[in-house]
Ligand binder design. Structure first.
Ligand code: AMP
Ligand code: GLY
Length: 424
């Protein structure tokens, strides 16, 4: 089988790594890929939003299955386009990907199908948004409606911060059209978990539990990022929480999408807030989480290809996923300045040393090859991911790997996975 993976971040490196291990696969392509995927696949220099070129490539090369990593091509309708051309594709349709593409749509879906979530309002008019903030008070959360690369969420600790945020989005041009409609919602407290499932729109296979670390600094301080590290399994997801997440969140959301005429096929990612034995839904994503994908795929024992193919064929019945008992931890190494403006082009040292650590894999995210050197080329640069018998052992191994690697201005959190240890 020939498989095309679309994307070029850590998530896509992990997907290529896992797919390339399948005995069913003879060749993997990755568009555009990165220096990490180049070791396992043939990189194809086509941007993720250039749907016409991607389609032409898939047709010309008789691709048997296309796996879409990031949200942007999903929201642009890549799955609809490929399917209309008879190509098997893993991912939700454009209409189904709206569950991530519009926070207002997603909140309205949750409300309609009784999925527990924070109380909220949706606004396009500044005076109404301001009045809502004045009435509700702080802390309060302001979210750009559209895609904003994980940065369109402002946790406002004071009314003034919230008012500034809505003015920037509705009056100014923060986040462009993504910010021309806002969701303002109740501030929730608790512990977050990333709950991912694979679905054909009817059958649901939950993936192993995971937890992300959104904030840039240790102790969950500083601004939010795309994710500074993740681990699996996450003990916050007890058997009871798992059952509630499936019954109260994933099942009604997936049935609701079908009832709305936009059957959801692919990975559905629910960001959950867990508190006092109850779950509330922060958001849905129409794709694998990044970096959650890295530890999850390292723990996946089953061949992923038959699962991806079954979803593309619209029938997951009879399939299941087996997991390694080991835990996995991914530490994201980022460039100086991230999540703001960051440096690029610094030479990365120590990748060979890190590769010698047992049960460890360094997934590339924002890297490039320049004059035979691997250099930084993005905010999140590497995802150093390790297996261990316990979360504690996996943390130690991941940090042993990270300690081998260095570049000017490198930054990473030193407390990835600590929440899991604090529970024991
Ligand atoms: P979202 O993209 O909607 O998941 O928001 C990104 C991050 O912002 C989440 O992972 C949370 O850390 C935080 N967040 C979002 N909504 C809320 C909320 N209602 N209360 C508290 N924190 C939130
Ligand atoms: N790690 C969070 C996300 O992928 O949205």
């Amino acid at each position: 089988m020939k498989i095309l993976v679309i994307g070029g971040g850590g998530r896509e490196h992990a997907l290529v790594w896992k797919i390339a291990q399948s005995p069913l696969v003879e060749k993997v392509y990755c568009a555009p890929g990165n220096p990490g995927t180049a070791d396992l696949a043939e990189n194809v220099s086509i941007r993720v939003d250039d749907l016409d070129k991607l389609l032409e490539f898939a047709k010309t090369n008789s691709i048997d299955l296309t796996v879409v990593g990031p949200e942007q091509p999903l929201s642009l309708g890549i799955v609809d386009l490929f399917e209309a051309n008879g190509l098997k594709t893993f991912g939700p349709s454009k209409d189904a990907a709206y569950i991530e593409g519009s926070k207002a749509f997603s909140k309205d879906l949750m409300q309609k199908y009784n999925v527990p979530t924070a109380a909220y309002g949706v606004f396009t008019e500044l005076d109404e948004a301001e009045a809502f903030i004045e009435k509700t008070g702080a802390p309060i959360v302001v979210k750009a409606d559209g895609l904003a690369a994980g940065k369109g969420v402002i946790i406002a600790h004071t009314k003034d911060e919230a008012l500034d945020a809505v003015r920037d989005m509705l009056n100014g041009n923060a986040f462009g059209t993504a910010g021309s409609r806002v969701v303002i919602e109740e501030f929730l407290t608790g512990e977050e978990a990333s709950f991912l499932v694979i679905t054909d729109g009817k059958h649901i296979i939950p993936l192993a539990s995971a937890q992300d670390h959104k904030a840039i600094f240790d102790g969950d301080l500083g601004p939010n990022t795309g994710g500074m590290g993740a681990y699996s399994p996450a003990p916050v997801v007890t058997a009871d929480i798992h059952e509630k997440a499936m019954r109260q969140v994933l099942r009604p959301a997936i049935d609701g999408m079908a009832a709305e005429g936009c059957t959801y096929r692919g990975v559905l990612y629910a960001g959950l807030m867990v508190k006092d034995g109850e779950v509330k839904t922060l958001e849905f994503n129409a794709r694998f989480g990044d970096p959650e994908c890295q530890p999850l795929l390292m723990r996946m024992k089953s061949d992923i290809v038959p699962i991806l193919m079954a979803v593309a064929n619209g029938d997951l019945s009879g399939l299941d996923i087996e997991w390694h008992d080991k835990a996995a931890v991914c530490v994201v190494m980022a460039s100086e300045g991230y999540p703001g403006d960051y440096r690029k082009g610094d030479v990365i040292h120590g990748l060979d040393q890190a590769a010698k650590v047992e049960d460890l894999y360094v997934f590339h995210a924002g890297t490039a090859t320049v004059a035979n050197n691997c250099v930084t080329n993005g905010g999140r640069v590497l995802g150093v991911t390790a297996l261990g018998n316990t979360v504690k052992e996996a943390i130690e191994a991941a940090y042993q790997g990270a300690a081998c690697i260095n570049w000017a201005g490198v930054q990473y959190r030193s407390d990835i996975g600590r929440k899991a240890l604090n529970r024991n």
